[in-house]
Design a protein around this ligand. Structure first.
Ligand SMILES: [Zn+2]
Length: 84
């Protein structure tokens, strides 16, 4: 695709300096280089969601989330906290 002169980078602003020269300044931080596919893949290597460790209910033996009330019998730490 051919880029026209009026299609300038929206992240840059063009100014005229005191000596009459045009100067392009960045409005914000602009990356100098394109992030390669390998770089992106390396960054995302640690983005996988980990499997939650499962705890077993002391009363009914059902698998529960740790530090949470058992969904099947309503106990927490061996005590009945939710009536079922
Ligand atoms: Zn239970």
């Amino acid at each position: 695709m051919v880029k026209m002169a009026w299609q300038s980078n929206p992240l840059t602003v063009e100014r005229h300096t005191e000596n009459g020269k045009r100067k392009t300044e960045n409005k914000m931080a602009v990356p100098k280089k394109k992030t390669s596919k390998a770089r992106t893949a390396q960054r995302r290597a640690h983005d996988a969601v980990a499997v939650m460790p499962a705890a077993t209910c002391k009363k009914c033996g059902e698998k529960t989330r740790p530090h949470h009330v058992c969904a099947s019998c309503g106990t927490y730490g061996g005590k009945q906290v939710v009536s079922k």
